[in-house]
Design a binder for this molecule. Structure first.
Ligand SMILES: C[S@@+](CC[C@H](N)C(=O)[O-])C[C@H]1O[C@@H](n2cnc3c(N)ncnc32)[C@H](O)[C@@H]1O
Length: 257
């Protein structure tokens, strides 16, 4: 079985750029999640699984010059893309290569808000993640996340055609509500909210969809690996825009004390 950084090791600058270009729905969900999490001026925020940093920058604007935002991601390619477009005026913002399960650069009880947009399903050791979140949060601090709850059938279909499809499926962790509660229970984190939701995905056509899937799967899907007949069959099946519902999950956890 792959570890939680297998995708990060496979990642490249081109895939990171592709993700930044095609991840429109993750971006708009992420902006809504920032409004929902409501980071305040002066707060210390972690963007967990920050990817190419487009939302990390918005978090940094919200906390202002007296605040601090640390973007955490295990993929050097995504972090390089985030650094490349960093506004030097945002001195409150920095990036660190780390995994949710171990963030040694962050001191105990130093963080007001952990924000995670579509990264929690990538974390294969959720108990380790919650333990580490509880360590770095201040009493009263919050962990606010939205993430995938299941892979849509069309994506699963494409992954079965890929040499890395099975490996990629093993890189994501999906649990039911009881399992999420169990993983959180040993920690000093209280559940304020744990809910499922549906997000409507829209792609202008197959190229748009392929570009997004290549970027988000960190190359596990690669349209070049489809055979000619497979490519033709999909072009006939999806001649126009593609729409699909996505099952997602959201939680708000609060550190006791
Ligand atoms: C779908 S992207 C989301 C990126 C960003 N939050 C956004 O909304 O655009 C998922 C990110 O989770 C990161 N990731 C994978 N495993 C992780 C782990 N164990 N800890 C933290 N982040 C991880 C990936 O490298 C990737 O950048």
């Amino acid at each position: 079985m792959s570890d939680s950084t297998a995708g990060a090791q496979r990642d490249t600058k081109d895939l990171a750029r592709k993700y930044a270009k095609f991840s429109r729905w993750q971006h708009s969900q992420g902006l809504a999640l920032i409004d929902f999490a409501d980071p305040r001026p002066g707060q210390s925020v972690v963007d967990l699984g920050c990817g190419t940093g487009t939302l990390t920058v918005e978090l940094a604007r919200r906390v202002g010059g007296q605040g601090r935002v640390v973007g955490i991601d295990p993929s050097p390619a995504r972090l390089a893309e985030a650094e490349a477009k960093r506004d030097p005026a945002l001195t409150q913002l920095c990036y660190e290569e780390a995994k949710a399960e171990a963030m040694p650069g962050l001191a105990d009880a130093s963080v007001d808000l952990i924000y995670a947009n579509y990264s929690v399903h990538w974390i294969l050791a959720p108990r380790g993640m919650f333990r580490e979140a509880a360590r770095i949060l201040r009493p009263g601090g919050r962990f606010v996340a939205e993430f995938l709850d299941a892979v849509p059938p069309l994506i699963l279909e494409f992954l079965t055609l890929m040499p890395l499809g099975e490996e990629h499926k093993a890189e994501n962790n999906f649990m039911n509500t009881a399992a999420w509660r169990d993983a959180i229970a040993p920690t000093p984190l209280e559940i304020d909210l744990l809910e499922t939701l549906t997000v409507d995905l829209h792609y202008t056509g197959l190229d748009d969809f392929y570009g997004w899937l290549e970027g988000t799967s960190q190359g596990a899907f690669d349209r070049a690996k489809l055979t000619g007949p497979q490519r033709q069959a999909y072009a006939q099946r999806f001649p126009g825009p593609l729409d699909m519902p996505l099952r997602a999950r959201r939680f708000v956890l609060r550190k006791k004390g």
